[in-house]
Structures are given as C-alpha cells and as structure tokens.
Write a protein that binds this ligand. Structure first.
Ligand SMILES: Nc1ncnc2c1ncn2[C@@H]1O[C@H](COP(=O)(O)OP(=O)(O)OP(=O)(O)O)[C@@H](O)[C@H]1O
Ligand SMILES: [Mg+2]
Length: 430
C-alpha cells in the first residue's frame, strides 16, 4: 500500500506494508488519514491532515490546480505527522452521476462444477456490459448466487449445478469526473490504490456489522452533497447522491438574513438547529449585515437582532427539503419497504441539533448519529463525523491489504474483527 521512509517510529512499529493512506476529497474539506491495520481488524491512525477544499463543487473537481494544491497540503500534513511518505492512496468518488444497477449473469459451469474462473467470467461480463466511454464501473458486488433452483448459496465455488446464476449490484459513475480525480492525485505524485464511492466509504467507517446485516441506510450529509448507501444482509445494495448539502443551508441563511457567508456559517454552527425549540422565539441573535465594506477594515456595521426562531425556520426548510428528496430517492430505489429500517446520519452537516429528530419525522425510521468507529490513535478523527468517509476508505484498504494475510493467520480469517463478515466480504468480492 505504501512505503515507509524510516523517519517515524510509530510507522516503523506498524511494519512494512501495513500502512494505509486515504484521501477524502470533499466539497468543503480535503482530509488525509494514514493508519496501520491492527491485528484484530481495527485501525490505528498515525497521521492526519486536513485542508479547506478549493476547486471542488458538489464533490467534483472544477479547478484542477487549486484542488491538487489542497490535496497536496492535506497529504503533506498527514505525512509529516505520521513520519511516512505515501506512495499511493485510496480515494473517494463523489458525483451526481453515481448509479446503482442490477444484473444477472448466467453461466454453464464446466463439468457442472462451479470454479473461481466461472466467478471471474461473470465479473468480466459485468464490466463489458457497463464500462463505456462515458461510464466507469466502480464496484461490482455479487449479491446472490443461484445454483439451478437453489438460492441463498453462500459460496458457490466447488459446488455442482448445470446452471449457475450470479446477481450483481453494479455501481457506475461518469468517466470524466473519475479521470479528473485520478489526474488530481497523480499531480500530487501519488498513485490511486483504490476508489470507493463516498456513501459506501461512510458506511464502512461508521456502521456496525449487525446494522449492515439487518438492513440500514447511511446518509452522509456533507457540504455540497448528501450521499445515500443502503446495506442489506451485509452487502451494499444501493447508492445514490444528491448535490445538496450543508453549504446550501449556509447560503440560505446568508441570503435570507443579508449577511456574509462567513457570518452565516458561524451563525449556523453556533446557534443553528433543524427543529424549533420553545425558547427560540424569545431569543435574539445579532447578525452583522452585509455591506459593500464587508471584510474591509474600518467601522464595523451595526449588527441586526434576529429572532433565533427565524434562523431555525430557514435551516428547517432546507433540511426538510433535502430529506424529502432523500425520501423520494429511497422510494424510487425500491428498497424502502425492507423490514428493518434504520438510518445512520453522518458527515459534517449531520451535526446540526435536531437532525436526528427531523430525519425520524420525515423518513419515518429510527435514526442514530454515526461517527467514525473502529479507529484509535487520534481524537480528532473518532469524534468528528466529518472523518467518517476517510475512516471508511482506510477500512476498505485494510480489508483488501489483509487479503493475503487472511489466508495465513487464524486471527485475520476470523470474522469477529471490526468489519467482521463485512470485511470478509470486501476481501473476497471487491
Ligand atoms: N457543528 C456543525 N454544525 C452544523 N453544521 C456543521 C458543523 N460542522 C460542520 N458543519 C457543516 O458540515 C458541512 C461540511 O461537512 P463535510 O466536512 O462532511 O463535507 P465534505 O466532505 O467536505 O463535503 P461533501 O461530502 O459534500 O463533498 C459544511 O456545510 C459545514 O457547514
Ligand atoms: Mg464528504
């Protein structure tokens, strides 16, 4: 995954090959985390770097030079704190063009015995069908194996059947934005080790094995996007992305209250809420008005008192609209009638007070707040929902890099680690 330059004691202790680097290219922040995979399928963070994002809009690169500069700085900060130099990184893919497809591939196994080659052929057929000049396959997830008329087969290799069917969930994205991401990382003198769609990564970073098994929807509320990932029976079954996020809330506050974006952001983080409290109408907040002098030195404009309830109403309207879009997208996915319906909210914008309650009201589900789990070594990571995607990228990398180890050591073949069966599934199927 990466090579260690010998500068860092912590990195040396982790052992060569165990260091994983991940870069979350977000609309508001670029985050780089470096971690070691621990024996029990966990992660130990050894370096973190964070920069304000520039050149990114709705998760896609719109200005290559400034995006690459921000990535370079975030990676450099993480490398310096870890005392390692990364060679490659796992990155997230966020775009309005993420699509989930379902396809079944039917094969006639040689001598009626399913082999690994059959699985590979099925996989290749999916790539042939979905890869084109315009679209790229990011994930191919086998969701069901059918041998003749027998369903619910866990592992078909070595089993007998005349007819072998694999049902896949295929995640694609537009090739242009994906190539831009690769080019951005290459400009930072790094290789792309793997790409993971952002909501999937956020799920890997915050969900428990049991939640994924029983069925859960992850909603990652970022600055310029809201990502959706649905997991059923331990597998990724659906992803979607809406190009609306917390920055829209800030813009609404700025335009409705005639204040600057910086003041609106401050107002949102310090006093904002998605649901009105009884006391909100009695409280006022001083909002500096927007003037032509805004930002310049001189006499500060007189702040306008605004009822806190007004602030909450503006925020509520945008959050409710976003969640209504999520609800209609979930309904269109066909999975909304699953028996165990729970939602986990994560991402920076999920931190608004009242977000869990409004989600429960609008989506009619149990909701909980999700933050990075299974990662130790850095307080700044595991208390911040903004780091969930980066943690998931690391977890994805850890599961893949332990593939060879998994076949050697009893600990790592165990399914009771951090990602449990889920990690096992990544090792085997991605
Ligand atoms: N304490 C807070 N309360 C409310 N909102 C917050 C808080 N902290 C951050 N935010 C909001 O979270 C958003 C950024 O979230 P995050 O860092 O997850 O986004 P991102 O990953 O950069 O963007 P995206 O995933 O959409 O590409 C911003 O809109 C910011 O205003
Ligand atoms: Mg994000």
């Amino acid at each position: 995954m990466a090579w260690i330059n010998g500068r860092g004691r912590r990195a040396k202790r982790a052992g060569r090959g165990d260091i994983i680097g991940a870069v979350d290219i977000g609309t508001t922040a670029i985050r780089c985390c470096i971690a070691c995979a621990t024996k029990n399928d966990g992660l130990h963070a050894v370096g973190v770097g964070q920069q304000c994002a520039t050149g990114i809009r709705h998760g896609s690169i719109v200005d290559m030079d400034s995006a690459a500069e921000a990535v370079r700085r975030a990676v450099q900060a993480a490398e310096e704190s870890a005392g390692v130099t990364l060679k490659d990184v796992i990155i997230n893919v966020s775009s309005a063009y993420l699509e989930s497809h379902f396809v079944a591939v039917e094969l006639r196994p040689r001598r009626q015995k399913v082999s690994k080659l059959d699985l590979r052929n099925a996989h290749d057929q999916v790539f042939c069908r979905y890869e084109s000049g315009m679209g790229k396959v990011v994930h191919v997830v086998p969701i069901e194996y059918i041998l003749d008329d027998s369903r619910d087969i866990q592992d078909p290799v070595g089993m007998f059947a005349e007819r072998f069917v694999v049902r896949f969930h295929v995640v694609t994205t537009a090739s242009g934005p994906l190539k831009n991401l690769h080019s951005c990382i290459e400009r930072c003198h790094l290789d792309v080790a793997d790409c993971v769609v952002s909501p999937f990564a956020a799920g890997l970073g915050s969900l428990s094995d049991d939640e994924c098994e029983q069925g859960v929807t992850l909603i990652d509320m970022g600055g310029g996007t809201t990502g959706i990932a649905m997991f059923v029976q331990g597998k990724l079954r659906h992803v979607d992305m809406i190009t609306v996020g917390g920055n829209h809330v800030t813009k609404d506050l700025a335009s409705c209250l005639s204040t600057s974006m910086a003041n609106a952001e401050r107002l949102k983080v310090l006093y904002g809420g998605a649901i009105e409290n009884e006391s909100d109408s009695r409280e006022t907040i001083d909002v500096p008005p927007l003037t032509s002098e805004d930002g310049a030195k001189g006499v500060a404009p007189c702040p306008e008192p605004v009822a806190r309830s007004r602030v909450t109403q503006i925020i509520h309207a945008r959050v409710a609209e976003t969640l209504e879009i999520v609800r209609s997208r979930l309904a269109a996915s066909g999975f909304h009638r699953m028996p165990h319906r729970s939602v986990v909210l994560t991402g920076g914008a999920s931190q608004l007070p009242g977000m869990r309650e409004i989600t429960t009201q609008i989506l009619n589900v149990d909701a909980r707040m999700g933050a990075p789990n299974g990662i130790e070594g850095s307080e700044s990571i595991h208390v911040s929902p903004g780091f969930t995607t980066c943690t998931g990228l690391l977890a994805f990398g850890a599961s893949r890099s332990s593939r060879s180890v998994a076949r050697r050591t009893p600990e790592s073949t165990s399914t009771h680690g951090r990602l449990g069966r889920f990690g096992q599934w990544i090792r085997e199927h991605t």
